[in-house]
Design a protein around this ligand. Structure first.
Ligand code: GDP
Length: 364
């Protein structure tokens, strides 16, 4: 599954948000028991009303949503990368994430201490980014040094890695995160394998007060401006509202959100923003036994999509019976879609579309 790391300075609301998100998911996805893997790792069901609609039509016994993992990564403070350096566990935690949700304090509250004594989310973002860049720079230097023998020996992979590391170093020395480096298609995989902290896609999560959840405030506007300049995403959330929602059942939560002028809970918006950030989409498998959502990157071909279910599906892929979500719903399910000629038979080169209902045929 995809993994989102939650980072931020102390006292910005990370834990509040993490706890609320995971509790809300537990309360609202009765079919998918939320599981806490470790105290700071939670798996949540990806909310998608299309899945319920499909399950209704097919009378599926079970509904299995896609999943996303959140990791609460505490321990980032100013100067963290100096001295002892960022802890290994801490770095490993971030490295393993596909994307970073950076929580920024956008609420004023004299009772909650700010580590730097003032509310300034843009400066806070800079503080954290600086620590991550310093950590990256250190690891890049080490790795360049470690590669030198192999590079001299003409090892092709090492040469590629060194070239990419040097590009990263140039950006970092210039005070820019590694994600600003433009990477050629051929280098994309090797680049990802470097697992640089500041190369990860980032989403700024503005934690505002309850009253400002629907509108945002001057602080979150400033963050949105900064994010737009870096090509990053922004989500405005009130961690306190999320905490309250976590105590409610699905109907009560909907009413509460309406009262606040919100269309969706923060969890939904955060996950949606995460999907967008990571270029992810969903396809479905639907039958009487279960209706299930699967997550794939945009542009995934049918065999690769099948491989998300099981490696054998990809290796033995023959074809995929495919029905667009809208057709499946308007024609009342698989049989109706087939009669209307809307169930297509697609081959190996088919690029799966968001919402496709797929049925894979494969050689075992
Ligand atoms: P962390 O250190 O980033 O994990 O921060 P916490 O989640 O522990 O929150 C720090 C303090 O800020 C706690 O006392 C929270 O109750 C409080 N807090 C979190 N979000 C909000 C908010 O939106 N408004 C206000 N007023 N307080 C908040």
């Amino acid at each position: 599954g995809f993994k989102m790391g939650i980072v931020g300075l102390p006292n910005v609301g990370k834990s509040t948000l993490f706890n609320a998100l995971t509790k809300t998911a537990a309360a609202q996805a009765a079919n998918f028991p939320f599981c806490t893997i470790e105290p700071n790792v939670g798996e949540v069901a990806v909310p998608d009303t299309r899945l319920d609609t499909l399950a209704d039509i097919a009378k599926s016994k079970q509904i299995i949503p896609a999943r996303m993992t959140f990791v609460d990564i505490a321990g980032l403070v100013k100067g963290a990368s100096r001295g002892e350096g960022l802890g290994n566990q801490f770095l490993a935690n971030i490295r393993e994430c596909d994307a970073i949700a950076h929580v920024l304090r956008c609420f004023e509250d004299d009772d909650v201490t700010h580590v730097d004594g003032r509310v300034d989310p843009v400066a806070d973002a800079d503080t954290i980014e600086t620590e991550l860049m310093l950590a990256d720079l250190e690891s890049v230097e080490k790795r360049i040094a470690g590669l030198s023998r192999k590079v001299r020996g003409g090892d092709k992979e090492a040469v590629q890695q060194e070239r990419l590391l040097k590009q990263a170093r140039a950006a970092l020395e210039d005070g820019r995160p590694a994600r600003t480096v433009e990477v050629a298609e051929d280098d994309a995989k090797a680049w990802r394998m470097l697992q640089l902290l500041t190369a990860k896609p980032i989403l700024f999560v503005c934690n505002v007060s309850e009253a400002e959840a629907a509108t945002g405030n001057a602080h979150s506007d400033a963050v949105a401006d900064m994010a737009a300049k870096q090509g990053a995403g922004t989500v405005v959330i009130s961690a306190q509202i999320e905490e309250e929602i976590a105590q409610l059942d699905a109907d009560e939560a909907r009413e509460f959100l309406e009262e606040l002028g919100l269309e969706q809970a923060g969890l939904d918006r955060l996950i949606q923003a995460g999907y967008q950030l990571l270029g992810l989409q969903t396809y479905f498998t639907v039958g009487p036994k279960e209706a299930r959502a699967w997550t794939i990157p945009n542009g995934t071909t049918a065999p690769k999509a099948a491989g998300v279910i099981h490696g054998d599906f990809e290796r033995g892929f023959i074809r995929a019976e495919t029905t667009a979500y809208d057709d499946y719903v308007s024609l009342g399910g698989e049989a109706g879609a087939k009669d209307a000629g809307k169930m297509r038979v697609e081959g190996k080169s088919y690029v799966v579309k968001d919402g496709d209902v797929m049925h894979f045929l494969f050689n075992a």
